[in-house]
Design a protein around this ligand. Structure first.
Ligand SMILES: [Zn+2]
Length: 239
């Protein structure tokens, strides 16, 4: 039976001579794999849409246990993201993270919505893509139940004031008295940046003013955290 889903292409894989296999995160069905037949031929009408970042209504037909692409109505192609190497690498990292974290055929409505907000913010010239990626990683951690408590030591519940530590195993902030042997130091500036980002919506990220060094350190901290959680290696240039 034919169906239409709203989705973003996360990844494309070569498949047979003229076909591609699309990995799409959809609003309605979560992450799905879709066969796009004949789209490597120059005459294919669907060719232009079978690329990462394409946000569209995808028309699908069921085929065995999977789907076959029958039509596309493009909503946005985020073309601007692919014309700037910096923007592209941060935006690509977003797709990579979503692909690795989302399992097939499970709903991820909140992640889908935040991914779209993230890509939309990244197209803007007055927003630092690194801050958008930080915000996206924080929101991913929240949606997956790994939110970082930034109010008190997660062990003794005392307020977080002076030296702070972070336990990668538990994903918790700890005070000096509770830190474990393998806890890492969480710099106060990074802690403050995390607080600011947590309390800021995607569409207000352009108002955040942080130094280059603090943005780099905060991104590096969050990438380390999410890599540790999911045992994935997202782009090592961020570490
Ligand atoms: Zn404590």
């Amino acid at each position: 039976m034919d169906t239409t889903v709203k989705g973003v292409v996360l990844k494309t894989t070569e498949y047979k001579d003229n076909d591609k296999l699309l990995t799409i995160l959809t609003l309605e069905k979560g992450k799905i794999l879709v066969k796009a037949r004949g789209v490597k031929k120059s005459t294919s009408k669907l060719k232009a849409f079978c690329q990462s970042f394409c946000f569209a209504d995808f028309e699908l037909a069921s085929s065995g246990a999977g789907y076959v692409l029958t039509g596309v109505n493009e909503i946005e192609n985020f073309y601007n993201l692919t014309t700037n190497i910096d923007k592209f690498s941060y935006a690509f990292c977003v797709l990579e993270l979503v692909d690795k974290i989302c399992a097939e055929n499970q709903e991820y409505i909140s992640i889908f919505i935040d991914m779209l907000k993230t890509l939309q913010q990244m197209t803007k010239d007055n927003v630092d893509c690194r801050l958008v990626l930080c915000k996206f990683i924080l929101s991913l951690l929240n949606h997956e139940g790994f939110n970082i408590n930034l109010n008190k030591c997660s062990n003794c519940k005392s307020p977080l004031v002076s030296d702070l530590y972070f336990d990668l195993n538990r994903g918790d902030v700890l005070c000096p008295a509770c830190k474990a042997l393998d806890s890492i130091i969480l710099e106060k500036s990074v802690f403050s940046a995390l607080k600011i980002l947590s309390g800021c919506d995607f569409d207000r990220l352009s108002t955040i003013k942080l130094s280059n060094g603090i943005i780099e350190k905060t991104l590096s901290f969050l990438v380390k955290n999410i890599n540790f959680k999911y045992e994935i290696k997202i782009n090592s240039i961020f570490l």
